[in-house]
Design a protein around this ligand. Sequence first.
Ligand SMILES: Cc1ncc(COP(=O)(O)O)c(C=O)c1O
Length: 464
Amino acid sequence: MGAPGGPVSIPEKVRDLMPGMEPISFSTMAIRKQALKEAGYNPFLLHACDVLIDLLTDSGTGAMSSRQWAGMIASDESYAGASSFYRFESAVVDITGFKHVIPTHQGRAAEHILFSNIAKKGDIIPNNTHFDTTRAHVENQGAEAKDLVSQEGLDLEAILPFKGNMDLKILQELVEKVGTEKIPAIMLTVTNNSGGGQPVSMANISGVSKIARANGIPFYLDACRFAENAWFIKTREREYASTPIKDIAQEMFGYADGCTMSAKKDGMSNIGGFLALNDDELATRCRNMEILTEGFPTYGGMAGYDMEAIACGLYEALDEDYLHYRIRSIEYLGEKLISAGIPIVQPTGGHALYINARAMLPHIPPLQYPGWSLQNGLYLLGGIRGVEIGTVMFGLQPDGSEKPATQDLVRLAFPRRVYTQSHVDYIAEIVINLYEQRNLLMGYRIIEQSPVLRHFTAKFEPAE
Ligand SMILES: Cc1ncc(COP(=O)(O)O)c(C=O)c1O
């Protein structure tokens, strides 16, 4: 029987016998059907123990190294001025080169502090593609979150090296049209999570920087996956082929004036983040807000041991062997799916593979959420949890109306240092099997939702 009050009946067996281990929970289709129904057909609301392979996110789900744990055991938990903070700060400054480092409990807290201090009603924040939390924080200030990803990035199947690039011509035109006073910052998300995890080239980062500097507009990186982006620059931008990953990362940051960071990604930690920037006056305002919302500026929302994990993790993310294995695993899954005829975003991304649910399930209209149907199908068939990046996530408009998102994708995101090739083979088998019976999948309708970031908590029922 499941935990008291829990929805499911996976045997407790190993779970209780081996605290700290993650047993593999083999479950039957009948158990998963019941679990999903009790979760309002929303995989975010499942109990994680009822998931066999969890590809919901790569955020905070990685395995930490023995070095990270060693640092955590030796952490300094002083409220103010902890040595763990100074180790964290020095790693961030070393890699990013930014002057001020403001720790936060995760990436969205850095976004909240930044946008509350720079954006106001009527402003525009350009980005290649805003991630959902970034968009929500921009819109929460009454500003417009404008996506300017290049035309290439919108072509899901074009095999091109840097589909996360921003369209520099459109950016330039936007600056000329609306004027610099309406653009308090330009952002660039590396890699472009909501656009298929596609990388941004160094040439494009430098191009955005040139436009920003020529117009006196601050330029920020959403740096969650900076190391994966650096790997793609090394392997796809010829002049960087023999440049060490750390040097590439430093150069990327060197073009910007600051960054927001969720350390749950390329910080290799389970929690944490930061805002880093060069502007002294803005940093003071941000620190004042941090005290109000996160905590004292030498811990933000983190424990000393979290800062130790990040201080070590930021360097581990730059390890070339690790990056090679990680990015090749996802590419290998992509090759298997492509050879079975499954439409995926190509090339595969740094942290995830994205299935084009709209193309795979043309019989489900976008407003019946083909991505949602596909992610639920993967769970029912094989206990795999992915996440919809589509109309449920982006379709709700600020005025409460709904329209189809540009794309309906299902993201299979890989936790860092967790899954091996045999897991990947199992995933491929399930996706291919589901593809073969795709006509059986049906759409959904929403029966309960929140006005922002609705995908996290919405409840659904099958449309027919
Ligand atoms: C590109 C991007 N930006 C920002 C965030 C927000 O980070 P967090 O989940 O730590 O708040 C995420 C999280 O997935 C992300 O992928």
